[in-house]
Design a protein around this ligand. Structure first.
Ligand SMILES: NC(=O)c1ccc[n+]([C@@H]2O[C@H](COP(=O)([O-])OP(=O)(O)OC[C@H]3O[C@@H](n4cnc5c(N)ncnc54)[C@H](O)[C@@H]3O)[C@@H](O)[C@H]2O)c1
Length: 420
C-alpha cells in the first residue's frame, strides 16, 4: 500500500493510467461539466467540507473535481470493498485529494478508511449505502451539529435512512438523490441492466443466448437486467414478492415463479432486490451443476454465501471474480464474492449515466448549502425543478432539443372548461 499524509491507495505508480481514465470519463460527462463551469464562476461550496463514501471510480473522480471546483474541501473513501479502481484512487491522491481505499479491502481497512472521513469532520456527507451516516449516528454524534446535510446515492441507503427516520434516530437532513427521476431511470434501470450483464460476462465469459436467466427482483434494477438479458437472447424468469411488480413482469412477457421453482431451471441467477438471503441453501441444492450466481443489489447478503461455504465439500477460485463451490457433488459458481457484480467484476455504470446521477449529487450539495439550517431533519427529495434541470442538461449534452408549451397549451392544460 502507498501511504501519505492525505492518502492510502494501492500503488501511486498507477496514477498516470488513472488520469487517462478520468479524462476519458469526463469526455462523456458533459452535463456534469456544465455544472462544473458554473461552480468555477460562482464557488457555491466555498469553505464547505464534503466527505464521500462512494465507489472510487473514474466517474466519481469527475464528481470530486466538480465539488472542488465549487470551492469544497473533499475527502473520499469507497463504499464497497471490491469497487475501488486503484488507478483512479492513485490519480486523485496525486492531485492532492484526500483519498483512502483500494480494491479488495478487508473489513478492518474498510472501517478504518470510513473513520478517516469522519476525522475530516465533514459538513456534508455523500453516501452510497448509508454506512458513513450510520457510523456517524452510532459513534460520532459530536459531529452532527456541524453537519448541514447528507446525500444518499442508492435505494438500499434510502431504505436504511427511512428506517432511521421512523425510529427517530435520524439527526440531520438527508437528501435522497437516488429518488431523482433522472437517477432512477438512467442508473438503476438502463445502466444496472447493461453493466450487470457486463460484470457476469467478464467474470465468467458465459454466453447469455439460449440460457435460462433468473432475475430476483423486478424493481428498477431488476427490470433493466431482465430486459438486457432478454436482449442477449436469454430466456428470463422473474421472482418477486410484490404482487404489482410480479404482474408487471408477467405482462412484460417474462415467466414469474417462486425461487424454489426457478432454482432447478436457471443457469444464471442474479439478485437485484436489496433484500437478505433471497437465494438460500435450499435453492442452491436444487440448482443444476454449473449454475452461476451473481448479485447486483447493494450488499453482499442477497445470496447466502456463508451457508454455501459451510455446506460445500470443496471451494476454489477459478479466476478473478469467480469462485467454484462443490455442493452435493455439483459445481456452483459465485461471481465477485456476491458483491455488486457490475462494480466488482466490471467498471460499474458507463460515464454518460453517472453524469446524470452525479449532477444530482452536485446540485444536492449546492441545494443543502443554500438552505443551510432550514432543511427538515428528514429524508427529503430534491425539488422537481432541479431534477428536470438535470434532464435538460443531459439532453443538451446529447444535443437533443425538445418542445416547450405554447401559451395556448399552458392555458388548456391548466383549465377545465374546454371539453368535448
Ligand atoms: N448494481 C448497481 O449498480 C446498483 C444501482 C442502483 C441500485 N442498486 C441496488 O440494487 C438494489 C435494488 O434497487 P432497485 O432500485 O431496483 O430497488 P427497488 O425497490 O425498485 O426493487 C427491488 C425489488 O426487489 C423485490 N424484492 C424484495 N425482496 C425480494 C425477494 N425476497 N425476492 C424477490 N424479490 C424481492 C421488491 O419487491 C422490489 O420490487 C438495491 O440494493 C440498490 O441499492 C444497485
Amino acid at each position: 500500500m502507498d501511504t501519505g499524509n492525505t492518502y492510502e491507495v494501492r500503488d501511486m505508480k498507477l496514477a498516470g493510467q488513472g488520469l487517462l481514465n478520468i479524462e476519458y470519463a469526463e469526455s462523456k460527462m458533459g452535463s456534469l461539466l456544465e455544472i462544473r463551469k458554473r461552480f468555477i464562476k460562482e464557488k457555491p461550496l466555498a469553505g464547505v467540507r464534503v466527505g464521500l463514501a462512494l465507489h472510487i471510480t473514474k466517474e466519481t473522480a469527475v464528481l470530486v473535481r466538480t465539488l472542488i471546483a465549487g470551492g469544497a474541501d473533499v475527502a473520499i473513501t469507497g463504499c464497497n470493498p471490491l469497487s475501488t479502481q486503484d488507478d483512479v484512487a492513485a490519480a486523485l491522491a496525486k492531485e492532492g485529494v484526500k483519498v483512502y481505499g483500494y480494491k479488495g479491502e478487508n473489513s478492518e481497512d474498510y472501517y478504518k478508511y470510513l473513520n478517516k472521513i469522519i476525522e475530516f469532520k465533514p459538513n456534508i456527507t455523500i453516501d452510497d449505502g448509508c454506512d458513513l451516516v450510520s457510523e456517524i449516528h452510532k459513534k460520532h454524534t459530536e459531529l452532527i451539529p456541524s453537519i448541514i446535510a447528507g446525500c444518499e446515492e442508492t435505494t438500499t441507503g434510502v431504505i436504511r435512512l427511512n428506517a432511521m427516520e421512523k425510529d427517530n434516530a435520524l439527526k440531520y437532513p438527508m437528501i435522497a438523490v437516488n429518488d431523482n427521476d433522472t437517477k432512477h431511470l438512467l442508473d438503476n434501470y438502463y445502466s444496472t441492466g447493461q453493466s450487470t450483464c457486463d460484470g457476469i460476462i467478464r467474470a465468467t465469459n458465459v454466453l447469455f443466448a439460449g440460457k435460462t436467466v433468473v432475475t430476483a427482483g423486478y424493481g428498477s434494477c431488476g427490470k433493466g437486467f431482465a430486459l438486457r438479458a432478454r436482449g442477449l437472447g436469454a430466456n428470463v424468469i422473474v421472482t418477486e414478492i410484490n404482487p404489482f411488480r410480479a404482474l408487471q413482469a408477467v405482462y412484460d412477457g417474462f415467466r414469474v415463479m417462486k425461487m424454489e421453482d426457478a432454482a432447478p431451471l436457471g443457469e444464471i441467477f442474479c439478485t437485484l432486490t436489496g433484500d437478505k438471503h433471497v437465494i438460500r441453501l435450499e435453492h442452491m441444492r436444487k440448482m443444476k451443476s454449473g449454475a452461476i450466481m451473481a448479485n447486483s443489489g447493494h450488499f453482499d447478503i442477497e445470496i447466502d454465501i456463508a451457508g454455501l461455504k459451510k455446506a460445500s465439500s470443496a471451494t476454489k477460485r477459478v479466476r478473478p471474480f469467480l469462485d467454484e463451490f462443490v455442493l452435493d457433488g455439483k459445481n456452483l459458481y459465485i461471481c465477485g464474492e456476491g458483491r455488486l457484480v457490475n462494480l466488482a467484476a466490471a467498471e460499474g455504470h458507463p460515464s454518460e449515466v453517472m453524469a446524470t446521477s452525479f449532477c444530482g449529487q452536485a446540485l444536492a450539495v449546492e441545494y443543502a448549502v443554500k438552505h443551510r439550517g432550514k432543511l427538515p431533519v428528514k429524508v427529503i427529495q430534491l425539488p422537481k425543478e432541479i431534477d428536470d434541470n438535470i434532464a435538460l442538461l443531459q439532453l443538451s449534452a446529447l444535443s437533443v432539443k425538445i418542445d416547450t408549451l405554447t401559451e395556448e397549451q399552458k392555458k388548456y392544460l391548466s383549465g377545465w372548461e374546454e371539453g368535448t
